[in-house]
Design a protein around this ligand. Sequence first.
Ligand code: HEC
Length: 96
Amino acid sequence: MKSISIALLLIILAACTTTKLYTPSASNENKRTTASVDELKKGYELYTTRCNKCHGLKSPDSRNAEQWTKVLASMAPKAKLTAEEKDLVYKYLVNY
Ligand code: HEC
């Protein structure tokens, strides 16, 4: 009985921590859209500080470029991002 509860707990924990954020490195440069490591780092910074105010963060690879464009069209105003900041977040999100 006890081992079943522990197994369940582990499954639940695993389900809660599936967000896979990547730390920008040279391998992410210009991967899907033109972006330097520097821009990706800024995007990462903005994403992890401005997009988690109302809900958890989604993994960059959970959506494709087209879907992220739509998400950002509605979420950038909520996070009060400037056009430039929105572009940096977009670059981070699609260059996984
Ligand atoms: C002011 C609160 C707020 C902020 C800040 C915010 N969001 Fe959201 N987000 C919401 C709400 C509310 C929903 C659910 C309703 C909806 O889809 O509009 C949502 C839903 C989402 C979804 C799922 C919707 C879908 O269609 O896939 C994603 C992905 C998302 N947000 C990403 C982001 C990103 C990226 C940022 C940063 C640029 C961000 N959010 C900032 C409030 C916020």
